[in-house]
Ligand binder design. Structure first.
Ligand SMILES: C[S@@+](CC[C@H](N)C(=O)[O-])C[C@H]1O[C@@H](n2cnc3c(N)ncnc32)[C@H](O)[C@@H]1O
Length: 336
């Protein structure tokens, strides 16, 4: 642990801090102030990002950026006339559900997250939030949802956990129901050299936690392996910087807010030292200029699949049984 991360303030003495903790239930967990942000005391806890009102603001800003980029709330071809139950996995502040539940009052929305950043007492009647560590399985029955939605969990899920998690999403989806993963790609495109230096450090810190954000490219394959069909993809670019107008400025602010926290995160994972922290501050100034110079942009990706009717026969593709059957077929040919 670097000396930088030792400049902490314990939560119980910090209630008047201008960046407030987000709910009373934070008392159930152990948190500490690091560099002005409220972080989980256990640096190996399930989620490395802060748990304070600034983080909620950042997630809400992300929501509006993605909604704008996708020109709507979701990508899957969902027919809300028929949809009874929707799940938002890793729902964060609950903003997606809160807005969706007002638009579709006849559908019930279920959100789950490892933290209670969502509204606990005042939420619409057709919304239900629960605490759940999704790496230990979802708390819902099999086939319960017509539509399972999961957004921006790339920075949270260790690489080896993606396949079991997707199996869980599929388990909870009804036959002919839809699963959607919407992700903001971690890397920025057309990035300048200073951004790339910082990005490499962030990747390194994430890798220490087993997180590989490049797994995004494999998510369509994972959905297919989990038995989904009609896999579809939608990719949208989001400008980052003034050069892209108002949305570009929002995206730039969102990235800069993330940078502020990733500095602390990298220090906690011992990827950077005290000296690096100062340089990092310097780099962020240059970053803003680079975004304009290189016309940097971000990418939002939605991947959708449908859970098919069971065929009533064993699916043998890619299994040992498949190989045995192929072998058997081959031997039949020889016998002809
Ligand atoms: C980047 S935020 C996205 C929130 C929300 N999906 C959105 O798009 O606004 C990631 C969320 O995943 C949650 N999360 C991370 N690891 C989790 C886990 N193991 N189980 C449940 N939720 C988790 C975090 O608490 C956080 O709210």
């Amino acid at each position: 642990m670097t000396p930088y991360t030792n400049t902490t303030l314990t939560v119980s003495h910090s209630l008047t801090y201008e960046n407030e903790p987000i709910s009373d239930s934070y008392f159930e967990h152990k948190y500490e102030w690091i560099g002005g942000r409220l972080c989980e005391e256990d640096e190996n806890g399930p989620y490395p990002l802060p748990y304070d009102s600034n983080e909620i603001d950042r997630l809400d800003l992300q929501h509006y950026i993605i909604r704008y980029a996708l020109n709507g709330y979701f990508t899957a071809p969902v027919n809300f006339e028929k949809v009874k139950r929707v799940c938002d996995v890793g729902c964060g502040s609950g903003i997606w559900m809160m807005e969706m539940s007002a638009i579709y009052p006849n559908t019930r929305f279920y959100g789950c997250d490892v933290r209670s950043a969502f509204p606990e007492s005042t939420c619409p009647e057709n919304c239900e939030f629960s605490i759940c560590n999704i790496l230990k399985g979802l708390i819902y029955p099999s086939g319960y949802f017509d539509y399972v939605y999961q957004r921006t969990l790339l920075g949270s899920i260790p690489e080896k956990e993606w396949k079991p998690l997707i199996s869980e999403l599929v388990r909870c989806t009804a036959i002919n129901g839809l699963v959607e993963l919407t992700e903001l790609a971690f890397w920025l495109n057309n990035a300048g050299p200073h951004y790339k230096i910082i990005q490499e450090k962030v990747y390194k810190a994430l890798e220490i936690r087993g997180i590989n954000s490049r797994v995004l490219n494999r998510l369509p394959e994972f959905l297919k392996q989990a038995g989904l069909v009609n896999i579809g993809l939608k990719i949208r670019k989001i400008p980052c910087g003034k050069w892209g107008g108002q949305i570009g400025e929002y995206m730039r602010d969102f990235v800069m807010q993330a940078m502020n926290f990733y500095k602390i995160f990298c220090a906690r994972q011992d990827v950077i030292t005290d000296t690096d922290v100062d340089e990092w501050d310097y780099d962020t100034e240059i970053l803003m200029k680079e975004f304009e110079e290189y016309k940097t942009f971000a990418t939002v990706v939605s991947i959708v699949g449908r859970k098919p009717e069971p065929l009533g026969i064993t699916i043998v593709e890619d299994t040992r049984m498949f190989k045995r059957i192929v072998k058997e077929l081959n031997s039949l040919e020889y016998n002809v």
